[in-house]
Design a binder for this molecule. Sequence first.
Ligand code: NAD
Length: 421
Amino acid sequence: MTLTNNYDVKDASLAEAGRQRIEWASREMPVVKIIRDRFSREKPFAGIRISGCLHITTETANLALALKDGGADTILCASNPLSTQDDVAAALVDYGIPTNAIKGEDDVTYYKHIDTALSNNPQLTVDDGADLVTTLHTKRIDLIKDIIGGTEETTTGVIRLRSLEKAGELKYPLIAVNDAQTKHLFDNRYGTGQSTIDGITRATNVLWAGKKVVVCGYGWCGRGVAMRAKGLGARVIVIEVSPVRALEAAMDGFLVMSLMEAVKEGDIFITLSGDKHVIDEAHIREMKDGAILANSGHFNVEINIPSLESMASGKRTIRPYVDEYTLADGRRLYLLGEGRLINLAAAEGHPASVMDMSFANQALCLEHLVKNRGKFKPQVYAVPEEIDKQVARLKLDSMGIKIDTLTAEQEQYLAAWQEGT
Ligand SMILES: NC(=O)c1ccc[n+]([C@@H]2O[C@H](COP(=O)([O-])OP(=O)(O)OC[C@H]3O[C@@H](n4cnc5c(N)ncnc54)[C@H](O)[C@@H]3O)[C@@H](O)[C@H]2O)c1
């Protein structure tokens, strides 16, 4: 099937601007470039149909171009209503990759775009958050028979897939790209760390120094944000439900307390937990006038926005991505980016250099699925260790960093039990 007009973008005339930004990002994506050059020669995806539900950013465009050069017939849709870069979507269409994504699209359009992406009758799926896979498992089961496998980019998506697997309902093999070390140790930590601060800064222009910043969730993303906020001079409070991670945060030098304690003090609240209603009505009731609320977790459920809406006597958009809610007692709270992941809503998402590793994993895992087609069961698979190591080696090479290797004596020593005191 060849898809030519199966796209929906905001403004096709933005294509040239998008092309330039995609080219700019490619300078910081040397690992994807190496893979793309090999794919161009070897055509591992010749004739393979791929449907991708991803944030439509300059980095995603570089992944999509690598797959295209590898022979794939790829169609894309957005994985979040507010994360699309409209110039990139236009450029992708120009490059011959049908793309269905408009920044600010409503939920109906969002799911219509997923349906269009599935009209490609995919053999491979690339998902970020598992909305594509969920749609396949609920509304388009008929398409699953042709699917070789798929990949999942983020923590929340992997959690959803594992839950599907546990319920015995998962119908095709998926690789949890998020769980590769060269993905979450870098993308979730340093990518989310930097870009979340970037998104909040672009939306508000706040000075971080001296602010009390409350980070909800001290996972890979939360660690990154807490670390970077501290570096900017903020006084960081960490909120956790896991005793081990709370302890880690305390020993990393952060204040740790319950959210009910922190709400009275916090100037900026950032959720990165993958959980629902982490900031709930009871917390909102106690927040001080002027508090800023942002989410950088995958879905816009971490802050109880319906409660905030119902508690508010007034609402206005005071600047782009900043909604001011006035509560009955006169306090004003500021919700950023409609509670959607702020790094992609108000900024450009992760820097290309870190997406280089995430998307190198994506590209190599998709190739792995095709090369080994028929050998997988409907399960959630880990990224093969060899792919993870290869991505790390290529990234180190691109950074000009050389590392040591074990001597034969050391290899033997590390594999043996005999030698002790
Ligand atoms: N913004 C982005 O670009 C971006 C990038 C990567 C991941 N994500 C998303 O960010 C979220 C977090 O990802 P992660 O990799 O850090 O996950 P993680 O599992 O490593 O960490 C989540 C942490 O939140 C804690 N938590 C859960 N419920 C909580 C609650 N009610 N209060 C306080 N803490 C709570 C957990 O104990 C855990 O330590 C996910 O939704 C993920 O998909 C976003």
